[in-house]
Structure formats: structure tokens, C-alpha cells
Design a protein around this ligand. Structure first.
Ligand SMILES: Nc1ncnc2c1ncn2[C@@H]1O[C@H](COP(=O)(O)OP(=O)(O)OP(=O)(O)O)[C@@H](O)[C@H]1O
Ligand SMILES: [Mg+2]
Length: 203
């Protein structure tokens, strides 16, 4: 059996700018086994988010490509959930509804109403956000928004969880707590995780 689950081969990308093409990535190669937890670390602007966005299918590599379980990645999909560097919740939906939107998309036809509700509540509980379930993103702090983003991604039960500095905006206590929860969740679910961080200890 081939243990490679996710493979980046010769990935490069150039962005068009006013001064011509800007080469942000060149020849990035990564082989990740199923269930592996990989941290990407590097200085600001080196291309970490760009790598993640290519794996997410949000950017198209200019050269090379990404293979997940034998299939080429060229668009976003629910099996690759992203926790973005800047929280990206829908401002007109409550915390609960933000998670619900993702859950409905992924589990339509698989879970009934009640199972969906329980599952959303379970994921809000994982990140300790049950108390704010009915608040809108504008009514909660940055760290809380980030926790909802994590709950939303986890609730999709993705094969690959892509996290772009997920704990960067959190205070040390919440951060340590969420790091522990993430390790627990990872050992329970065994999903493959790529996490970007600036913090060597966290990596
Ligand atoms: N859409 C784009 N158009 C043009 N240049 C871009 C675009 N996206 C990223 N870049 C450039 O590519 C390089 C890598 O950016 P990226 O966001 O991947 O860095 P990063 O490693 O995630 O940095 P940080 O740690 O600050 O988040 C930067 O020089 C950035 O300016
Ligand atoms: Mg970044």
C-alpha cells in the first residue's frame, strides 16, 4: 500500500503584479501520510499561506500539482477544510449558524435534523463556545471568532484539516487549551493536519 496520502510535487506559483510576474513559490515538494500532523514554519511572507491555499484548491499552482488520495486537487472541497489566518465567518449568521452552514453542506442526506443539531452543539462545545452560540461575529472577540472557525472546520470531519496560524490571535491560556484539544481531536479522529505557525514551540 502506498502510504502517501497527500503529495505536493514541484509546486510553484507566480502572481501577476504591476511589475510583472512575482514568483512566490518554486519547487515545493511534500509527502504526507494519512493521519500525519505537519507544521509549516517560516518567516513572514515566505509563502506558507500560499502553500495552504494551493492545497485547499483556492489557488492554482503555476507548475506542479497536488494529489490527494490519487486525485488531483484543483478546486476547493469539503474533504479539505481550512481554518484561515484571518477569521472568515459570515457576519450575518450567528456562531451556531456559521457552523450549521458547513454541516448542512457536508452531511446533507446523511444526518437528520436532530443529529445535525447535536453534532453542531458538540463541535461548539469542543472549542468552548456554547455560551456564545447565538451571537454574531461582530459581537465576539477575535479569539472567539477563531474558535468558531476551528469548530466549523472540525464539524466537516475533513480528511485534511488545513490551519493557517489558527492560534495566533489567542491569549496564552486559551491557546494552550486549544492546542491540547486539537491534539486530542487529532488522536481521536486521526485526520491529516497541516498547521502553519510562527511559534517554534507550538510546531
Ligand atoms: N494574490 C497575490 N498576489 C500577489 N502576490 C501575492 C499574493 N498572495 C501572496 N503573494 C505574495 O507571495 C508571498 C507569500 O505570501 P504568503 O501570504 O503565502 O506568506 P506567508 O508565509 O503566509 O506570510 P505570513 O507569515 O505573514 O502570513 C508574499 O511575498 C506575498 O506578497
Ligand atoms: Mg500567512
Amino acid at each position: 500500500m502506498n502510504p502517501t496520502h497527500l503529495e505536493l510535487t514541484g509546486v510553484g506559483i507566480s502572481f501577476p503584479t504591476d511589475k510583472g510576474l512575482y514568483c512566490a513559490l518554486q519547487n515545493v515538494n511534500l509527502r504526507i501520510a494519512k493521519g500525519e500532523f505537519v507544521s509549516l514554519i517560516g518567516h513572514s511572507g515566505c509563502g506558507k499561506s500560499t502553500v495552504l491555499n494551493i492545497v485547499a484548491g483556492l489557488y492554482q499552482a503555476t507548475t506542479g500539482g497536488v494529489i490527494l488520495d490519487g486525485r488531483e486537487v484543483n478546486e476547493p472541497g469539503p474533504e479539505r477544510a481550512v481554518v484561515f489566518q484571518n477569521h472568515s465567518l459570515l457576519p450575518w449568521l450567528s456562531c451556531y449558524e456559521n457552523v450549521e452552514l458547513a454541516v448542512r453542506q457536508v452531511f446533507k442526506g446523511q444526518k437528520n435534523r436532530r443529529e445535525m443539531r447535536d453534532w453542531i452543539e458538540h463541535n461548539l462545545e469542543l472549542v468552548h463556545m456554547t455560551h456564545a452560540r447565538d451571537k454574531r461575529p461582530s459581537e465576539i472577540s477575535g479569539g472567539m471568532k477563531q474558535r468558531i472557525g476551528i469548530a466549523r472546520a472540525l464539524a466537516m470531519q475533513p480528511k485534511v484539516l488545513l490551519m493557517d496560524e489558527p492560534f495566533g490571535a489567542l491569549d496564552a491560556l486559551t491557546r494552550a487549551h486549544l492546542q491540547d484539544s486539537l491534539m486530542e481531536i487529532h488522536s481521536d479522529l486521526g485526520n491529516t493536519v497541516i498547521m502553519i505557525t510562527h511559534d517554534v514551540d507550538e510546531a
